[in-house]
Design a protein around this ligand. Structure first.
Ligand code: F6P
Length: 321
């Protein structure tokens, strides 16, 4: 492998730039020519591919978002566009691609490597959702978690002053990871995630008992995958002796400078992805488990749904009482 390309795809996440930098710098060190593909698979199909220079990855280690830009490309679901994309890679002699994104991006990578085996593909998990099986953490999750924690502290100030119950809706698509760990690390007073049942009446009882015992406010985490926090709040409004407010944190969770953990993760994974390409690997995803870099066939990501850690959930339930 002499020429490789890097793309970021799907929802951006803090640390994607860090991973691009590490992959590119590692590749430069090995004498490779590195191409950047803009807007994920859309750029591969539309031939928006450019040769990267070291200056393109200089000063981006701590920048949120992705300088390569990102998109969700529907055309890539069709084989004829994938063939067009492969032709665009071939004309530059690109033999390896590092795909940084979520499991949707991995599916595209899988099709590409199966239909065009001359092009090697490695997946690196970049999403704030932490919903990819085969890795304890995805790049961006820790930064998003810290963003939620900061919001929780601010909300708790005002919630306490006004003796209110706040419902905070956080992202995660259909995964409750971000909400669960926000609840644990931020001291949430209730948790709704798609993977587990939590009865509204139980929360109402908890809130009412707390008020009797003198606790002034509540901060309840709602993962977007269970539905809207506004709906949950309106169902509870008449059952609790507390005024209610709802905050939807939204895309602020996707931005910001990557945390130390995300930078380390992105740096290790980005470089390792290129190392494995050079060793001839293809159709694999990189992960980190028990602090060791791991790899799985790329299909592992969607064939095995990542499970919520039951012990962590139980602890969140106990501590949020
Ligand atoms: O997958 C990342 C994510 O931020 C999810 O948490 C969220 O459901 C979704 O992307 C939002 O997507 P969009 O940027 O298209 O609004």
């Amino acid at each position: 492998v002499k020429n490789i390309a890097i793309l970021t795809s799907g929802g951006d996440s803090p640390g994607m730039n860090t991973a691009v930098r590490a992959a590119a710098k590692f590749a430069f060190d090995k004498g490779l020519t590195v191409f950047g593909i803009r807007r994920g698979y859309a750029g591969m199909v539309n031939d928006d591919i450019y040769e990267m220079e070291p200056k393109d990855v200089s000063g981006i280690i701590d920048r949120g978002g992705t300088t390569l830009l990102t998109a969700r490309c529907l055309e890539f679901h069709e084989a004829k566009y994938r063939a067009q994309a492969a032709a665009n890679l071939r004309k530059r002699n690109i033999e390896g691609v590092v795909v940084i994104g979520g499991d949707g991006s991995y599916r595209g990578a899988n099709y590409l490597s199966l239909e065009h085996p001359d092009i090697k593909v490695i997946g690196i998990p970049g999403t704030i959702d932490n919903d990819i099986a085969g890795t304890d953490y995805t790049i961006g999750f820790d930064t998003a978690l810290n963003t939620v924690l900061e919001a929780m502290s601010k909300l708790r100030d005002t919630a306490t002053s006004h003796e209110r119950t706040y419902f905070l809706e956080v992202m995660g698509r259909d995964s409750g990871e971000l909400a669960l760990y926000s609840c644990l690390a931020g001291g949430g007073d209730g948790l709704f995630i798609p993977e587990k049942e939590f009865a509204l009446d139980d929360l109402a009882d908890l809130v009412n008992t707390r008020r009797q015992k003198g606790k002034l406010s509540d901060l309840v985490l709602v993962s977007e995958g269970v539905g809207s926090a506004a709906e949950i709040a309106s169902k509870l409004k008449n059952k609790i002796h507390s005024s209610v407010r709802v905050t939807i944190l939204g895309h602020v969770q996707r931005g910001g400078a990557p945390s130390a953990l995300d930078r380390l993760l992105a740096t290790k994974m980005g470089a390792y992805g290129v190392k494995r390409l050079l060793e001839g690997a293809s159709g694999i995803m990189i992960g980190i488990e028990s602090n060791e870099l791991t790899e799985y066939p790329i299909g592992y990501a969607w064939e095995n749904k990542k499970k919520i850690n039951d012990n962590d959930y139980e602890l969140a339930m106990i501590l949020s009482k």
